[in-house]
Ligand binder design. Structure first.
Ligand SMILES: [Ca+2]
Length: 93
């Protein structure tokens, strides 16, 4: 799959997943904490295993402090996953 997939296609998949979950409540351009949780449960093998870790993850990603994760902020999560998903969720990182 890597041999034939462009980075644009990979980014499109990320974007499709993001907007699928972001569109669940009335704020359709951003992920709420609950939407992020659902997304991770469905699409991430190293999901935060506690409420505290999820809160920390949201806090870490939420650059503009509006308690919503937009597509740019979500990009940081993808970067964390590319770097090492599990480490991104670990305490103290
Ligand atoms: Ca935000």
């Amino acid at each position: 799959i890597i041999a034939t997939m462009s980075l644009e296609q990979a980014a499109k998949i990320v974007s499709d997943v993001f907007y699928k979950y972001a569109g669940e409540d009335d704020k359709k351009q951003t992920l709420s904490r609950d939407e992020l949780k659902k997304l991770l449960q469905a699409h991430c093998s190293h999901k935060p295993d506690s409420v505290t870790k999820l809160d920390k993850l949201v806090k870490r990603l939420d650059d503009n402090k509006d308690n919503q994760i937009d597509i740019v902020e979500f990009g940081a999560l993808i970067g964390m996953m590319a770097n090492n998903c599990e480490a991104g969720f670990r305490e103290g990182h």
